[in-house]
Design a binder for this molecule. Sequence first.
Ligand code: NAD
Ligand code: ZN
Length: 379
Amino acid sequence: MSTAGQVIRCKAAVAWEAGKPLSIEEVEVAPPQKHEVRLKILFTSLCHTDVYFWEAKGQQPLFPRIFGHEAGGVVESVGEGVTELRPGDHVLPVFTGECKECAHCKSEESNMCDLLRINTDRGTMINDGQSRFSKDGKPIYHFVGTSTFSEYTVCHVGSVAKINPAAPLDKVCVLSCGICTGFGATVNVAKPKKGSSIAIFGLGAVGLAAAEGARVSGCSRIIGVDLNASRFEEAKKFGVNEFVNPKDHNKPVQEVIAEMTNGGVDRSVECTGSIQAMISAFECVHDGWGLAVLVGVPNKDDAFKTHPMNFLNERTLKGTFYGNYKPRTDLPGVVEMYMNKGLEVDKFITHSVPFAEINKAFDLMLSGQSIRCIIRMEN
Ligand code: NAD
Ligand code: ZN
């Protein structure tokens, strides 16, 4: 029996308050409106961005909210005007969308869609400013247009990439955020040359994906920087071949790296969210040609401070969301790269839990044990 056009009652993990364990509740999910689709989520995973906004320490609090933005699922029904997707399509929702019509979407260089670019403060749909989730008639806010910690969710069609139905959703779901973000930051933005050196700040999933990009690009020195030494062993599997723990030195880590590399690395990619690491990542690149790429999401009051001479000396600073990938245009190709074994994804998945135990995924991430923990919606 088709559920199209009807309210669906299903389970969702609701965050009622900042930092409090999620609670699995029965919620109502309204049908998709114009240019929206309703998805049945099959697998989702936890990314640190969910944790930051759930903790809401350095971020705007907005509760109750359904988090989750790394996921794979199937289209359940489509709203008015949706022609590119149909029920049954296999899809990955993405936190930053692609309308295909604005100047950014038409530019080869940008993925910063005017209509659907990441907006962490908005908790409603852009069509009518309302939420599609409710419990006992009270709205529950969305998160970055995806809210995948729910058996069903509603997304704008521009935030949903249709992928090869043969791709295993329990694996490729991690491409919907972290892995593409780090991999793309290296291959699309840092663009290191074969045989060059690169420093990766932060060896979580995003940083390890940046390292995977460096490995695929043929970098010879891949220097991993992390405050947590327990990440180093794992990082060897991702091609990281030198390690620096800022805690082991009594001078700034950028100076340590400059000494190791005869003046600085050719490229750096920052994947921590720490403002200090962002500054170090910029200041550790070689003058004349060095390029640093910021990926970590800063706290709302952070400010980047460096001496302007660092720029005059021909260092470049860039930043990127989602590794500069356009979700609808590029993500299907990244999935194909995985299918053709050009990109390794399975090694990022260290844990898996059923939906009922979603809070365990938070514990595993907060204690630094997991790279990616898959949350299985159905069993
Ligand atoms: P994670 O917590 O798994 O990994 C972060 C790592 O950084 C940890 O190992 C931690 O020990 C290390 N770290 C923290 N502060 C450090 C410092 N000062 N110096 C060195 N290492 C430090 O997180 P993740 O899921 O890999 O995400 C990394 C960052 O990327 C987060 O800020 C996340 O919000 C952000 N992110 C950005 C995008 C984007 O499109 N730009 C997308 C996804 C995630
Ligand atoms: Zn656009």
